[in-house]
Design a protein around this ligand. Sequence first.
Ligand code: IPE
Ligand code: IPE
Ligand code: MG
Length: 256
Amino acid sequence: MTDLDHATPNDRPAVPAHVGIIMDGNGRWAAARGLPRIEGHRRGVEALRRTIRAAIELNIRYLTVYSFSTENWSRPAAEVADLMFLIKRFIRNDLAELHQHDVRVKIIGTRDGLKPDIVGMLDEAQDLTHRNRGLTLVVAFNYGGRQELAAAVRRIAERVLAGELAPHSISTETVADHLDTAGIPDPDLIIRTSGEQRLSNFLMWQTAYAEFVFQPGHWPDFDRCALESALAAYMGRERRFGGTTAEGPLKVKTAL
Ligand code: IPE
Ligand code: IPE
Ligand code: MG
């Protein structure tokens, strides 16, 4: 148990159940030190390890990390190759330990364009851990929110064509159920490091009512302290979900 435990009926502070992180600034972290960009990405993997550990200790249920976007293919081929190498190394080195800690790994994004060895490793990570009941670590890899929505629309259209679904019955739940994140609650809090204040095609649908915390520090410097600071900012927010008053029944307990 931690002092940042989940909400209880007697108004205790609520830790967000689902935190999403746009891990940004690896390149600038490296450039500021006269190092190659890959060194920033390497140190970014270490920050990811620290963050997973902290998320488990802080009793966060779902952690989604943006590790490679569908637009990141536009980077120089050598950097893309470095990023592919690092995800493979991360799975190879860390999967057993994640499994030991009861972490359930879920990969979102498209497999299109990925080499078979990476696809195999992503599948292995999911298959090995799918019965685990601790932290769910959602890795957004080769992920784009618009691409995910388009794929969901295609699947829904196919079901309509097959006569399984009537167009008038298509609801927001139908769309959510056809996204890669089906079954995962929407993120409560999105953190983006490195000072940028944009979504960059991350979880467009799912962030409709997320709280956003932007931090100036670059991702390789992220640690438990930065996570706790984002959680504290979140807990000081009032989430209204379109409702009217802070005192009304729609108030979600996020006050410290
Ligand atoms: C985030 O750091 C990692 C990925 C996008 C894969 P960047 O590589 O975007 O670092 P900056 O934004 O160029 O500093
Ligand atoms: C978003 O960061 C993608 C990831 C963190 C994986 P980018 O660095 O690619 O985003 P832009 O290009 O600055 O919007
Ligand atoms: Mg960036």
